[in-house]
Ligand binder design. Sequence first.
Ligand code: NAP
Length: 278
Amino acid sequence: MDFQGKRALITGASMGLGKALAEECARRGMDLFLVALPDSGLPVLAGELAGEFGVETAWLEGDLTEASTLERLRDRVEEEGLDIDLLINNAGIGTPGHFLDHSLEYHEATIELNALALVRLVRLFLPDLRRRNASILNVASLGAFFPMPTMPIYAATKSFVLHFSLALREELGGTVGVSVLCPNAIRTTPDVNRYIDNLGPLARRACFTPECIARSTLDGVARNRAVIVPGAVNRVIAFISQVVPRALINRTIRHYWGTFLRCGCGKLAPAGGGADHV
Ligand SMILES: NC(=O)c1ccc[n+]([C@@H]2O[C@H](COP(=O)([O-])OP(=O)(O)OC[C@H]3O[C@@H](n4cnc5c(N)ncnc54)[C@H](OP(=O)(O)O)[C@@H]3O)[C@@H](O)[C@H]2O)c1
């Protein structure tokens, strides 16, 4: 894919990986349509990116789990003729914790945003994307490759995203490029950085900044890669997780994420809510 002069619609673009993807798209000459929750600073970000990179920016604030947000999104695209060449489904939530540590409402909200909203957005835009020979990038996680005790619902939604993306890619047969991103924990904040560094040398080598992930992700989209796993260590983890017995993977992940929780990462987000992602 050639990015120059094309337009990307990016969900969850106000911070973290979504913001880094927005910056990287703009750096490569793409116009932007940014989406995030209300009061997340999108208008300011859109203005800054337009000024710095000389691209057109539009933004919409709304909760993607509400039908009215998707309707407003569709209306804006139609009324303003905002043709989309790259749909980036990045918005997602997931807080470390055992199944019973979170409310049922939080689990439902995780499924609603990570899986259902993503499917609805793809269904909404796919006919147009197909006409334009455009691309979709769905953001999953390294946790999409295995069950994750201590993040059971989050990892299950990311497995859904991985398998949905791969099946859709095959169905579309190249008329729309479909890539799925599966990153390890991302160094989104100083606190997350500290926790990652406490986990030891392997984690330090496997976890990258949002900017670094955004660069390798767009390189992967440009090459129409099916699955993008940034970092050699993470590609090895993804491969091993497919070939070793599931019981062993389960025990290892439980131990690893148990350490993550014990060293305090679970406290980064308010109980039963919040949006710190790993
Ligand atoms: N961080 C990691 O370690 C990691 C690792 C692997 C995969 N991932 C995945 O990468 C993606 C981005 O993660 P991140 O850590 O960069 O996220 P983040 O910093 O928490 O940002 C999340 C973004 O999604 C938006 N958002 C949240 N709920 C929304 C909703 N209901 N409707 C519309 N927008 C909503 C937020 O808007 P507001 O700013 O308004 O809240 C924000 O822009 C997620 O899909 C996550 O699962 C993250």
